[in-house]
Write a protein that binds this ligand. Structure first.
Ligand code: HEC
Length: 114
């Protein structure tokens, strides 16, 4: 159980709901063979380029170390997905997408905020 100040918690959960929207959209794009769009979306919304957008530097100090690492793993997995999708092989892109969802699952298995 991680005790976050209420506004941080609300912000984090809002980010989380946004993450799920992105994963859903990535599945849709892969199914449609639109790998370039998937690559761009993953990098800008979940990848290493998204940290500022999510206020990561403000929230991360409140996270226990393991949770911070799990968050970093998500952003790395998303940037790896972005590069893989760019290469244009659909099965590889699906495998790389599963690395993203595995990082969601890993953090959820270890941490709660309420
Ligand atoms: C660094 C840890 C971490 C990562 C990585 C992570 N989550 Fe979460 N997520 C949480 C925590 C903690 C909660 C709150 C769970 C609770 O206390 O009920 C949460 C809650 C959620 C919720 C519920 C939001 C709400 O309003 O109740 C959704 C949806 C969600 N996460 C989606 C995702 C998706 C999709 C991913 C991967 C793309 C992801 N999360 C990655 C930690 C993480």
């Amino acid at each position: 159980m991680v005790d976050l100040p209420a506004p941080m918690q609300a912000h984090m959960l809002q980010n989380m709901r946004g993450h799920l929207v992105v994963v859903d959209r990535l599945l849709q794009l892969l199914g449609a063979g639109e790998l370039d769009e998937a690559s761009d979306l993953a990098e800008s919304e979940l990848g290493m380029s998204s940290l500022d957008k999510h206020g990561a530097s403000h929230i991360a100090p409140y996270y226990p170390e393991g949770m911070r690492q799990a968050g970093t793993e998500l952003h790395h997995a998303a940037s790896r997905f972005s590069r893989t999708a760019q290469e244009g092989d659909v099965p590889s892109a699906y495998r790389a997408l599963q690395d993203i969802t595995a990082s969601c699952v890993a953090c959820h298995a270890g941490y709660r905020v309420r």
